[in-house]
Design a protein around this ligand. Sequence first.
Ligand code: AHM
Ligand code: MG
Length: 338
Amino acid sequence: MGFGVVTLGQFIIEKQADFPYAKGELSRLLRDIAIAAKIVNREINKAGLVDMIGHVGTINIQGEKQKKLDVYADQQFIAALTSGGECCIIATEEEEEIIHIDSPVSINAKYIVCIDPMDGSSNTDVNVAVGTVFSIYRRKSSEGRATIDDVLQKGTEQVAAGYIIYGSSTMLVYTTGKGVNGFTLDPSIGEFCLSHPEMKIPETGITYSINEGNYVHFPEGVKKYIKYCQVEDESSERPYTSRYIGSMVGDIHRSLINGGIYIYPTTSRSPEGKLRLLYECNPMAFIIEQAGGKASTGFERILEIQPTEVHQRVPIFIGSIKMVEKAEELMLHYTKPL
Ligand code: AHM
Ligand code: MG
């Protein structure tokens, strides 16, 4: 190294020694994702100057209008993973069906990637932080065309997960199950550089993050937790501060650094919650648990849910362990599990 800077590429190669079975495929897969992230970052940075703002006029599987940046990011990550040769299936928020990569090099590749290429789409036109979230699984089938069962694995089976936050600076945060490390993109050299080694989430915090506009639609346990956050109590530094960006990656990143809780519960309008298990909740849960925090549906650990569908939604309570435990206590007391 010798330059006082550790790049993501150098770090990944060094950490490969943590996996005795590793032959470099996972390292290459992470590198492919980082390259696509830099391309997406470049486009976000100039979105107001080029024709990259607004909708494309199509609707995705979630019934949401696709933004130009949603589609652009989706294409970039698919292209990087397809040409990289280390991934046999991609499940993305923007495509209804899983994508099999059937080329001779990829069909027997070891890894499955689940990805939300552009999280916080409602913020793409207004210069507010957005993100990418990804989750990596090792396929269960040994060779040939992988199947849906290779995709529908519990979050506990993830071999790596990460997010990129395109904010006032661009960061890539990831885990391979041995702690969490954060890298900031240095635009002058075009490299992600280690800036946040061994990230740990504080046990508790003073910030809660939830779309309170939906208050009337929340379960009773969530209403009680919001009231708990707002009560005056000097010993626990309440009332807490409320912060909601509307980009899950941004809201959870803030909790990871400063402590806090992010909640997207079930509502009477979204009875299963809004966020998707495979490419939003599982990767964030893996990262937050690895940093010492907690992620649950209010009743059970996110990572232990057996997925039944690619685009399955779940409620999520994630962040500082003590704050999530308090919310769970009120959920147990006031709300019936799904
Ligand atoms: P998206 O992936 O389509 O952008 O949806 C996920 C986003 C999260 O980033 C964010 O926390 C949430 O949806 C905001 O939803 P709401 O506007 O209902 O509060
Ligand atoms: Mg999205």
